[in-house]
Each structure stands twice: as structure tokens, then as C-alpha cells.
Ligand binder design. Structure first.
Ligand code: HEC
Ligand code: HEC
Length: 336
């Protein structure tokens, strides 16, 4: 057999390889989130929030509706959004939040913005995922005071919800799908493009000299040891009061002050909390699990005292606050 008889087979093979590579490449460029292609200063201990996160839009829209729906509470009076108001930084800006029948929560409401980047949920980290977290407010007598059976029945009585769940899930309305829709919506609550993130991506003009000096203090004084990563927090548990007893000094100790001890019962978890994210801190007062600090200046001073054993002078506090103010990002392209 002459060798060139093999030529068509060879050509076909080459064509197949080319086609495979082409398909593979387009698939990758669709899947790859935009931000992984954005250059940023990799040696920094904080990473920028991706400019885009790929999520199922049908589920996001359904989750958004549920998040704002007061029927999720026993007497149809409270929704997730009443405490996590997206117009006010994803919080209610109260020291304690008010749930059903005026019940007060035992801790300050954290923001839902960027909660998808936290390694655990709640101040004491008792929920592993956003999906698990949702059972908390649904059942809590201080929040929605309902249960899955009641929520399921109310939603099933609404033709709109029946249709929306059928469009998003094969098996319609059930607790897993309700959790999934709300959690998917929460993952859409990321806030990219803070001035600080622009700086991380290489725009050195994005920050003023004072803001850069504040960031420098934040790193050199050691705030960064606890507040770091994509959420500038949200990836560690730490004791509140490493260098002094915050709780004795404040007085009126509550059960919630025990933090993670309430979850594990371990002595070393006494007063241990999830380090909160500092993203959007400028728009989410008051601060700490007890909501005791009304101004960012107070929170920074308390942190320096009890976490670092350092007394900052007012100009240093001011520089750090100026840096923290650059962490406010955007949601749906509008600043928070
Ligand atoms: C009455 C006010 C209130 C309502 C209603 C409420 N929450 Fe919360 N939420 C809180 C409080 C307070 C916490 C902190 C509780 C804790 O850490 O023990 C919290 C914590 C969270 C967290 C954890 C954030 C983090 O960084 O740890 C998420 C996520 C969340 N809520 C989502 C929801 C969703 C979803 C709903 C509706 C199904 C909802 N919340 C309803 C007050 C409320
Ligand atoms: C040893 C770890 C650690 C260090 C160091 C540390 N923090 Fe914190 N930070 C925490 C923990 C834990 C909390 C939550 C405390 C609580 O409310 O229970 C917190 C809370 C905060 C809050 C309040 C956030 C909110 O939404 O309520 C701010 C602001 C803050 N820290 C800023 C700073 C600054 C600025 C520094 C440096 C001067 C610093 N932190 C150093 C662990 C730390």
C-alpha cells in the first residue's frame, strides 16, 4: 500500500483535534469568571472581589423575591430584607434587630452583602453554608418564627411561586429548593469595584496618599493578621479580647458574648467569633456582635486596644478609617 493512501485519514485526525481544541477553548472562555483574567497585585494579603460571578439568573430572581417576601414569617409581617435592607448596606443599622412581634435579636445584624465569601455564617459560625443558615431565621422566634411546613404551604398556594419554582427546579417547591434559591440570590450580593479593589488591580491613583498610609498602618500594626483575604475577614475565628478583657470592661455579659463557646462548649472557644468582613464597613454601623460601637473610629480604637494592645493616636485612627472607607463597593453598578 502506498503511504499517501493514509493522507485522508491523517487529515481527518488533524481536523478532529483542531475541532476539539476549538470547542474546548470556547467552553473555557464562557466558564471562566471575568475577574480571574484581571491582573492584580498578587503579593497583597487582600484579593479584589470578582467583577462578575456566574449564577443561574432564574434562581437569583426567585431568591430575590423570597428574600423580600413577608410570607416567610409566621404572621406575614417580616421579611429577610426588613433586617438585611439592601438600601442600607444589607443591614438594619440598629444595635439589635426587631423581628416578629417586636422581638429583639441577641446580636447585631451582619450584612448579607458578600456573605457568600465567608467561610461560615453567623457571628459564632454555627452554620457551615448559606443554605444551612436559612433554617436559622425561618425558625427563630426572634426573626420569622415560622417553619418549613408553613412556608411550603403558603408558597404552594401562590400560582406565581408554583410556576417560578417549576421553571427553576425539576421538583418544584420544597425546603431544599427554597434554601437553594435564597442562597443563590445571596451569592449575587457581591460588591465589586471598591476603590481599594481598583488599587489592588494596579490603579495606584485610586487611593489618596492618606488612604494608602491607612492601609500601611492596617498591615504593619497587624489588623491584617485577622482581617484578610477576599472579604478582609470572614475566613478565621478569633478571640475578641486577645490583649485585654473587653467583656469585663464593657460589663453586662450576655450568653451571646460567649461566641463560639455556645456552639462547641470548648473552653478555648469562649469569646471567640468569626472575624467579620470589613468590606462596606463604612455603610454598616453599628459595629461588633453587640452593636456597641456606633462610629468606625470607635471600632478601630477598640480593636487596637483589645486585639493589638496598642493605643493609637487620633491621626492614626483617622488614617485607618480613611482606608476602611475605600472598601465600599458597588451593587448593580451603584455604590452601596
Ligand atoms: C429579625 C431580623 C432578621 C431577619 C428577619 C433575618 N435576619 Fe439574617 N440575621 C439577623 C441577625 C441578628 C443575624 C446574626 C445572628 C447570629 O450571628 O447569631 C443574622 C445573620 C444572617 C446571615 C449571616 C451573615 C454572616 O456574615 O454571618 C445571613 C446570611 C442572613 N442572616 C440571611 C438571612 C436570610 C436569608 C433571612 C430570611 C430567610 C434572614 N437573614 C432574616 C437578623 C435577621
Ligand atoms: C486577633 C484578631 C483581630 C485583629 C488583630 C483585629 N481584629 Fe478587628 N475584629 C476581630 C474580631 C474577632 C471581630 C468581631 C468582634 C465581635 O464583635 O465579636 C472584629 C471586628 C472588627 C470591626 C467591626 C466590624 C463589624 O462589622 O462589626 C472592625 C471595624 C475591625 N474589627 C477593624 C479592625 C482594625 C482596624 C484592626 C487593627 C487596628 C483590627 N480590626 C484588628 C478580630 C481582629
Amino acid at each position: 500500500m502506498k503511504w499517501w493512501y493514509m493522507l485522508p485519514v491523517l487529515l481527518l485526525c488533524l481536523l478532529a483535534i483542531g475541532l476539539w481544541q476549538y470547542l474546548h477553548r470556547t467552553e473555557q472562555s464562557v466558564k471562566e469568571p471575568l475577574a480571574t483574567r484581571e491582573a492584580y497585585t498578587p503579593q497583597e494579603p487582600i484579593q479584589p472581589i470578582p467583577l462578575q460571578v456566574a449564577l443561574n439568573d432564574t434562581k437569583v430572581k426567585l431568591g430575590e423575591k423570597l428574600f423580600h417576601d413577608r410570607r416567610l414569617s409566621h404572621d406575614n409581617s417580616v421579611s429577610c430584607a426588613d433586617c438585611h435592607n439592601l438600601e442600607t448596606g444589607g443591614t438594619d443599622r440598629r444595635r439589635r434587630s426587631i423581628g416578629i412581634n417586636g422581638a429583639e435579636s441577641s446580636v447585631n445584624t451582619p450584612t448579607v452583602f458578600n456573605s457568600g465569601f465567608n467561610f461560615r455564617q453567623f457571628w459564632d459560625g454555627r452554620a457551615e453554608t448559606l443554605e444551612d443558615q436559612i433554617d436559622g431565621p425561618i425558625n427563630s422566634p426572634h426573626e420569622l418564627a415560622s417553619n418549613w411546613q408553613e412556608v411550603g404551604a403558603k408558597l404552594s398556594a401562590s400560582p406565581d411561586y408554583v410556576a417560578a419554582f417549576e421553571a427553576a427546579y425539576q421538583d418544584g417547591i420544597n425546603p431544599d429548593n427554597i434554601r437553594d434559591a435564597i442562597a443563590t440570590f445571596e451569592r449575587s450580593l457581591y460588591t465589586p469595584n471598591a476603590r481599594f479593589d481598583q488599587f489592588l488591580r494596579g490603579d495606584s491613583e485610586a487611593l489618596s496618599e492618606a488612604e494608602k498610609a491607612g492601609y500601611h498602618l492596617f498591615k504593619t500594626y497587624g489588623c491584617i493578621r485577622c482581617h484578610q483575604g477576599i472579604n478582609i475577614g470572614g475566613n478565621l475565628f478569633q478571640t475578641f479580647g486577645v490583649m485585654g478583657n473587653y467583656f469585663t470592661d464593657r460589663g453586662n455579659m450576655t450568653k451571646a458574648d460567649l461566641g463560639r463557646f455556645n456552639v462547641t462548649g470548648e473552653e478555648h472557644d469562649r469569646h471567640v467569633f468569626k472575624v467579620p468582613s470589613l468590606r462596606n464597613a463604612a455603610v454598616t454601623p453599628p459595629y461588633f456582635h453587640d452593636g456597641s460601637a456606633t462610629r468606625l473610629e470607635d471600632a478601630v480604637t477598640i480593636m487596637a486596644t483589645y486585639q493589638l494592645g496598642r493605643k493609637l493616636d487620633p491621626s492614626e485612627v483617622d488614617l485607618i478609617v480613611q482606608f476602611l472607607q475605600t472598601l465600599t463597593g458597588t451593587y448593580k453598578e451603584k455604590p452601596l
